[in-house]
Design a protein around this ligand. Structure first.
Ligand code: NCD
Ligand code: ZN
Ligand code: ZN
Length: 350
């Protein structure tokens, strides 16, 4: 890696947590990710969730068909995941492993987030699938929040650490686990202290913002995602983890597009759209921490190593060159408001 003040070159990075949606929405966003990343772990929470290898095969074909036809993005590779339910069988897990294109299964607590109604209602119900995943070496990706009605929304992840996460670790110590989009000091700490089969993704927006962003001068729905932004002390803990050089932490944007009218709504959807400027946003966060030299391993090495995939070979270059993010993008017949819409970013992908 070559670092100077105004330019940084990285081995081609991957996004280890991405929502691409489907149909016209997929077609609208896949180019952004393909322009930046060689591969991405694609989340399975479609309106009708991707619960089987057959559904994942079809979804993968639709993503490949929607990729840019020319240029760097034409070789973008979607890495598929299955949506874990109470009924996911050990046989489906074995088929997932054998497929070669399913790389993990995703745990959503039922009701926790966008399209999670088919998620796991009680961890025990997923034990047969988890045992099979441990046996076959397929990672479990955790949306790490409890949905217990009495638990404060800002405490959902912290409580998850001591309950569901602890239970997964106790029953399946050899299972490879990714604690997705961590947002708290407690999650960063438990991952740091765990053995090498436990890792975490961190989003750019959780590195850049604390929960004040949601309320600055009025309610700002485009900063609302799940797990919700936390206090400044937590943001600092995430920056420390991401820039620590630890192989347990890697890039996962959780870029989660929703149409403008459903974000700016009386009951607005959770999710920040960051795919349009993902590397630029991470560069800003690492730069602010004086840790640009740690960006390459976080973005390009740790995730591939954890997933036991080859590291990429090409490179990308970021330049310090202010530019203005568009106010919105076309999103099928709707529009999509990206993070930092209409505002300036300091870094630009060359
Ligand atoms: C994601 C989405 O919209 O699919 N939303 C979000 O706020 N992160 C779901 C998720 O990752 O929890
Ligand atoms: Zn999630
Ligand atoms: Zn997500």
């Amino acid at each position: 890696m070559n670092t100077s003040i105004d330019s940084i070159t990285l081995v081609h990075p991957d996004d280890w947590h991405l929502h691409l949606r489907d149909g016209a929405h997929l077609a609208a966003v896949v180019g952004h990710t393909a322009a930046q990343f060689a591969r991405a772990i694609v989340m399975p929470n479609l309106k009708s969730p991707v619960t089987t290898v057959a559904l994942a095969r079809d979804y993968r074909e639709r993503i490949l068909a929607a990729r840019p036809k020319a240029g760097a993005g034409a070789t973008f590779e979607p890495l598929m995941t299955l949506y874990l339910t109470d009924n996911t069988s050990a046989a489906e897990v074995a088929a997932a492993k054998a497929s070669g294109f399913v790389h993990a299964l995703k745990y959503y607590p039922a009701g926790a987030t966008t399209n999670s109604d088919a998620g796991v209602t009680q961890l025990e119900r997923a034990f047969p699938a988890l045992a099979a995943m441990e046996k076959h070496g397929l990672p479990l990706l955790l949306h790490g929040e409890v949905t217990t009605p009495g638990v404060d929304v800002f405490d959902r992840e912290r409580v998850f650490v001591d309950s569901v996460f602890a239970e997964v670790r106790r029953h399946f110590p050899a299972l490879r686990v990714v604690f997705e989009h961590i947002t708290t000091r407690e999650a960063a700490q438990v991952v740091t202290e765990a053995p090498a089969n436990v890792a975490a993704t961190i989003t750019a927006h959780h590195l850049l913002y604390n929960r004040n962003a949601i309320f600055q001068g009025g309610v700002r729905p485009h900063y609302y995602c799940l797990p919700v932004l936390k206090r400044e002390e937590h943001r600092r803990a995430l920056v420390a983890a991401a820039t620590s050089g630890s192989a347990k932490f890697f890039l996962g944007t959780d870029s989660a597009p929703h149409p403008r009218h459903l974000k700016e709504h009386a009951c607005g959807c959770a999710g920040c759209y960051t795919a349009h400027a993902a590397l630029e946003l991470y560069a800003e966060a690492f730069d602010a921490a004086g840790a640009l030299d740690k960006l390459e391993a976080f973005a390009s090495f740790h995730g591939a190593d954890f997933y036991r995939l080859q590291r990429n070979t090409g490179t990308v270059t970021l330049q310090r060159m202010p530019w203005q993010v568009p106010a919105e993008f076309t999103f099928g017949s709707e529009t999509l408001v990206p993070l930092r819409a209409g505002e300036s970013l300091a870094w630009k992908l060359a």
